[in-house]
Design a protein around this ligand. Structure first.
Ligand code: FES
Ligand code: FES
Length: 213
């Protein structure tokens, strides 16, 4: 995602440094966000001025996010969701409830879905994080993204990034084998618009494509 030809400083191990004030990555991340990221929201979620962090709470996290190796200075109390949205400008994952109950913040850590609002940023040290911004291959949408469009599986779109990340995991876990099973294994992702019929149809469609790939 990041242009390696830029002059951004990297350490000897190739990690790109990101301070709490953010975010040289922010502009890049926003610019490369998929069409599912709300651009107005992405701009409002651009890195904000950070409050001072007490020395005993300061932490550096080294992690890979959407293929970029990053070294990020965080407050040890920061959630993965806040680090993504507020420090890195990756606004695709949404803050719905902030209590692990709606699934809007779903991302993948080492290929497994997690609620990023319930995950400390420190927990992704040395791990690989994928957000909705990292799902497409260049201009080619992931089959799950395309299927959500094809099946009209969204209305307001607020839950959609989390639905798609959970849906990809649902297929990869082998749990997209029937509409009933899809509903069960997607039950942690709430859609207040009630787009569930389209969501299940999209997952069935994308699952077939993902199995053929
Ligand atoms: S915002 Fe994380 S589960 Fe609702
Ligand atoms: S599309 Fe509006 S909350 Fe799901």
């Amino acid at each position: 995602m990041t242009d390696d030809s830029d002059s951004t400083p990297k350490n000897s191990e190739g990690y790109l440094a990101v301070s709490r004030r953010g975010a040289m990555l922010g502009a890049v991340a926003i610019a490369t966000a998929t069409r599912f990221a709300d651009s107005a929201e992405a701009q409002s979620a651009a890195p904000q001025p950070a409050l001072p962090v007490p020395a005993d709470k300061a932490l550096t996290v080294r992690t890979t996010i959407n293929g970029d190796m990053l070294e990020i200075n965080v407050d040890a109390r920061t959630s993965l969701l806040d680090m993504l949205r507020e420090q890195l400008g990756l606004a695709g994952a949404k803050k719905g409830c902030d209590h692990g109950q709606c699934g809007a913040c779903t991302v993948h850590v080492d290929g497994r879905r997690v609620a990023s609002c319930l995950t400390f940023a420190a927990k992704v040290e040395g791990r690989e994080v994928t957000t909705i911004e990292g799902l497409a291959e260049g201009d080619t949408l992931h089959p799950m993204q395309q299927a959500f469009i094809d099946h009209d599986a969204l209305q307001c779109g607020y839950c959609t990034p989390g639905q798609i990340m959970a849906a990809v995991a649902c297929v990869q876990e082998g749990n997209a084998t029937s509409p009933e099973r899809i509903r069960e294994y997607m039950s942690g992702n709430i859609c207040r618009c009630g787009a569930y019929v389209g969501i299940v149809a999209a997952i069935q469609d994308a699952a077939a494509q993902m199995r053929r790939a």
